[in-house]
Design a protein around this ligand. Structure first.
Ligand SMILES: [Zn+2]
Length: 136
């Protein structure tokens, strides 16, 4: 079955650098030019000093599982073929928290605190999703 009906992220002017980097298999977050604060998800200004001078910076892609769940019921027909799948909040080494799927991993091995690293799942010609897999 094709995934043509899957809801895909729609890059905006604000988020386009994130999605372009993901297409190149790089994980990036915003970094404030004025105070070096890093943040995720993308915003038009720095949460720490309110500067609008924001750059993008590649991060390690390493992190730990803050929490997770295994989905056995799909929110829509397009996601049904992926069942079951793991959804997690990942704490990156650099301090930001992001939501992603944990892929390529035995669900029984996923635990709060598990070490993970980013992997990239190309889901369309224009969208690649940063996902995570267990590292141990
Ligand atoms: Zn700042």
């Amino acid at each position: 079955m094709s995934e043509v009906n899957r809801t895909l992220p729609q890059p905006t002017q604000l988020t386009e650098p994130y999605w372009n980097a993901a297409n190149d298999e790089r994980l990036v977050v915003q970094c404030c030019r004025a105070c070096a604060h890093r943040q995720f998800f993308p915003r038009p200004f720095c949460l720490k000093c309110e500067s609008d001078q924001i750059d993008w910076q590649e991060v390690s892609g390493r992190g730990t599982v803050y929490t997770f769940t295994i989905n056995y019921r799909a929110p829509n027909a397009a996601m049904k073929e992926r069942l079951p799948y793991a959804v997690a909040l990942i704490d990156l080494e650099e301090g930001m928290r992001m939501m992603a799927n944990i892929v390529n991993s035995d669900f029984a091995d996923i635990a709060i605190g598990s070490a993970v690293k980013v992997v990239f799942e190309k889901i369309s010609d224009h969208i690649t999703l940063p996902q995570f897999e267990l590292t141990s």
